[in-house]
Design a binder for this molecule. Structure first.
Ligand code: AMP
Ligand code: ZN
Ligand code: FE
Ligand code: FE
Length: 274
């Protein structure tokens, strides 16, 4: 049985999780969850299937997505809930995937230029979501060009390596605007134990941020309490989730493994309706 009745941060095979949407929801039901959000990276592709299964299994479903955005040199993960389908944000995600595909083709051309034969079809498969360096690294290992994934990053595709190409960066300002324009609720994901992002919260709130993910599998008790206090002081909502990806990707992180108070769901809904 899960520790929690609520899990507002999970990933499926639509991004980098191991369970397809229907399986994830079935697993959530088995674990005893009452409220489940699916928050894949940069795609809404899992939401229809997950929502349909959740309805059948009588789990309250919250549609979500996790974006990666940048602010003052910090990489920030942003959760957005109830984003309108076919809205500005979904269009931006389509453009984002197209840019990642172009970048991957450039990286592959650079590898060929240094004498390593890689074909686009070794890395890029139809129907895959956002393509990234982990996919390329695994292809390089399969092709015998690298010993393992970390060797691929160390010699070929890491930041200062011959085949590295910088990726397109979405600004936090633009991300928050897109969520707002799509009628979604935005929550800063797992701000971290060390509080590095704390000085940015006020500014982000002015840009439209609604909440902080205080309860998260990477936070200890002290940081959870700190974020709950900060949110209360700043009148931001608090959310939480496991960041479940499946045992093979994040061992030990199970659905509902982070205790999230049930009242969090009501506050999130009120923010969405406001
Ligand atoms: P991308 O967004 O395509 O630039 O890929 C970034 C991802 O590559 C990160 O989220 C990590 O999962 C992975 N990554 C980055 N550096 C390394 C490394 N040195 N070894 C293994 N994986 C890495
Ligand atoms: Zn992930
Ligand atoms: Fe994240
Ligand atoms: Fe996540």
């Amino acid at each position: 049985m899960a520790l929690s009745l609520v899990d507002l941060h999970t990933h499926t095979t639509a991004s980098d999780g191991t369970l397809p949407p229907a399986k994830l929801v079935a697993e959530a039901k088995r674990a005893g969850l009452r409220v489940l959000a699916v928050t894949d990276h940069d795609t809404l592709a899992a939401l229809d299937e997950a929502e349909a299964v959740a309805r059948r299994k009588r789990i309250e479903f919250v549609p979500g997505v996790e974006l990666t955005a940048y602010h003052r040199g910090h990489e920030i993960h942003l959760l957005a809930y109830w984003v309108r389908r076919g809205g500005e944000l979904e269009r931006e995600m389509l453009r984002f995937r197209a840019r990642r595909l172009d970048r991957m083709k450039t990286m592959i051309a650079k590898l060929r230029a240094v004498g390593l034969p890689v074909r686009e079809s070794d890395v890029i498969r139809p129907g895959m979501g956002a393509v990234g360096r982990p996919h390329l690294a695994r292809a390089l290992v399969r092709l015998g060009h690298a010993r393992d994934v970390s060797d691929a990053f160390a010699r070929l595709i890491g930041t200062r390596c011959p085949a590295y190409v910088r990726k397109y960066r979405l600004s936090m300002k633009r991300a928050l605007r897109l969520v707002r324009e799509s009628n979604g609720v935005s929550v800063i994901a797992h701000p971290g134990k060390r509080g590095a992002l704390d000085p940015l919260f006020a500014e982000l709130k002015d840009l439209g941020l609604h909440g902080i993910e205080a309860y998260h599998s990477s936070h200890d008790r002290a940081s959870i309490e700190r974020y709950v206090a900060i949110a209360k002081r700043m009148r931001l909502i608090v959310t939480g989730g496991s960041d479940f990806h499946g045992e093979a990707v994040k061992p030990g992180i199970t659905l509902g493994c982070v205790r999230v108070p049930l009242r969090v769901v009501g506050a999130l809904r009120r923010a969405a309706d406001a």
